[in-house]
Design a binder for this molecule. Structure first.
Ligand code: GAP
Length: 512
């Protein structure tokens, strides 16, 4: 949910506690090269993370899937890659300079800073956990009204009257509540002063709005049409927690769909369904996904819904779908003094004349690449008990694996010579060379075969190809499947088609 103008409300959510499963996932992500804390040798930078060798592959696969699902699969959606820096007036027009704020409060004893609304939401969650649903709802309603009225003194009074204390100092020695703008700014030129102040974009959407006519004209598009973009966004989040769920530098995948005014509810519904299908196709369990309609709409929106995923810390937003009316384009028209209109020469059946000139309405779909990554990782992370060996040698053991869809897995296949002799490494290298043009594959010779399987399970590699004595005689290999651990013998000549079918995006696209 975007903070702009509308107070945050997490009424139906569990308290934001880091639970054991999240801790396991965070350490797994670090140990196996998915996500590292930024500049860790200097003790890290809060809410900023780096993607490691496996993380970048998984994230790129998710981004590529989204990109193709938006652009390649639709004749009327095209891509854009706008700059992060934009003319400062952009952010005045969008309302971010005036309204992209969170209410913050400091504790004078601990010197710790908090989001005032989060302190109150956590208190409400405590009431809920104690079975006092009405009290929780009353508290949230009071807070919502105070924030809507921008009554910051009232918010402080509420914190004090609820006897909320700082978790670090244990005291209620609070400063006044004040609004804190989430945009990062920097100097746009060598000359200091207001005019030179530019912002790091807090959403990618505005790059699409200001290019609406450039794209429409150059790509000769007719309404309805969409513009899709993937890019970095920056927000100076006060509360940074839950790993890569809330970051200060993150990536968004946004699509603005430009439509005829009056058709917005139909398109809003279409995209609401389509985006949920996408998340299910990626592999997120249907029962872990839900819609959350916004109770309070930002003043430019006439409908807004979040798609939430059940993370280990509760149901939280991964994507927002907003019917943004003509708010953004009209604002840009006013501040830039450049018409942001489209001439619609389709015939209006009611008048028998063309629809003519209008500022299009917009339905936006906006998903965080990092949140989708985290949801995918949480969904894939599996700990299970397995039985190995037969008869007297049978033993049970625990294994951890990532059940990623093969199309998303960082590495598609690992090729192992059973032993490092008898020509097996050479044969494995031959297979590696034959597959590497099509797929991300690796070759591993070290350690016992069981250990090598375990390493690949931990990073979600769907197939392990083993070269053994029989391979040298008949050019067949065993293919071991990550989830079932079953092994299939097949000719080397069939590997490309077999892996290609399993890792193809086509199987995912069919579900959209
Ligand atoms: N253009 C609309 C917009 O920016 P938003 O709900 O503020 O709306 C859209 O953000 C998506 O961006 C969210 O659903 C979330 O996935 C992602 N997102 C927002 N803030 C984020 C943060 N601090 N860290 C990671 N992802 C974030």
């Amino acid at each position: 949910m975007q903070t702009i103008f509308a107070p945050m409300s997490n009424a139906s959510q569990k308290p934001s506690i880091e639970n054991t499963q999240l801790k396991d996932i965070v350490s797994h992500a670090k140990e196996y090269g998915f996500v590292f804390p930024s500049s860790e040798i200097y003790d890290g930078l809060a809410a900023v993370y780096d993607y490691g060798p496996n993380g970048v592959e998984l994230k790129n696969n998710l981004k590529r899937l989204w990109w193709l699902a938006m652009t390649q699969l639709h004749q009327n959606i095209v891509g854009l890659d706008a700059a992060i820096f934009m003319h400062p007036l952009t952010w005045h027009a969008s309302g971010h300079v005036a309204g992209f704020n969170d209410p913050l409060i400091d504790n004078l004893d601990s010197k710790k800073r908090y989001r005032a609304d989060v302190l109150l939401e956590d208190k409400a969650a405590e009431y809920e956990a104690a079975g006092q649903q009405d009290r929780a709802a009353d508290l949230l309603a009071t807070m919502g009204k105070l924030l809507t009225d921008n009554d910051l003194a009232g918010v402080k009074e509420l914190i004090v009257s609820e006897k909320i204390t700082c978790p670090v100092s244990g005291t209620a020695n609070w400063t006044d509540v004040r609004q804190f703008n989430l945009m990062y700014s920097t100097q746009g030129s060598a000359v200091e002063g207001d005019a030179a102040q530019i912002y790091l974009r807090p959403e990618t959407a505005q790059g699409i709005f200001v290019n609406f006519l450039n794209v429409q004209k150059s790509a000769r598009l007719k309404v309805p049409f969409g513009i899709a973009q993937i890019g970095k966004a920056f927000r100076n989040e006060i509360v940074a927690r839950q790993f890569i769920f809330r970051m200060r530098e993150f990536e968004q995948m946004e699509m603005q769909f430009f439509i005829r005014p009056g058709t917005e509810m139909e398109w809003y519904d279409t995209w609401k369904q389509a985006r949920r299908r996408f998340h299910e196709a990626v592999g997120l369990a249907p029962e872990k996904l839900r819609y959350h309609d916004h109770d309070k709409l930002a003043h430019y929106a006439n409908a807004a819904v979040d798609i939430e995923y059940e993370f280990p810390f509760g149901f939280k937003e991964i994507e927002g779908i907003h019917s943004r009316t003509d708010f953004d384009l009209t604002q840009h028209q006013e501040l830039s003094k450049k018409k942001q209109q489209y001439f619609d020469n389709d015939i209006n059946p009611e008048t028998g004349k063309p629809y003519g000139n209008y500022v299009p309405y917009v339905v936006e779909t906006s998903v965080g690449a990092d949140r989708l990554f985290l949801a995918t990782l949480c969904q894939a992370y599996t700990e299970e008990t397995i039985t190995e060996g037969e008869g007297e040698k049978e033993q049970t053991k625990q294994r951890t694996l990532l059940k990623l869809h093969p199309a998303l897995a960082p590495i598609k296949a690992a090729i192992f010579p059973l032993v490092r002799k008898d020509g097996m490494p050479e044969k494995a290298e031959e297979i590696f060379n034959a597959l590497r043009y099509d797929f991300c594959v690796i070759m591993e010779e070290r350690d016992a075969i069981g250990k090598r399987y375990t390493r690949q399970d931990l990073i979600g590699t769907p197939f392990c190809i083993v070269v053994d004595g029989q391979t040298l005689e008949d050019d067949t290999v065993t293919v071991r499947h990550r989830d079932s651990r079953e092994q299939t013998r097949m000719p080397i000549s069939e590997l490309r088609a077999y892996i290609g079918e399993a890792v193809s995006f086509s199987r995912l696209f069919e579900k959209l």
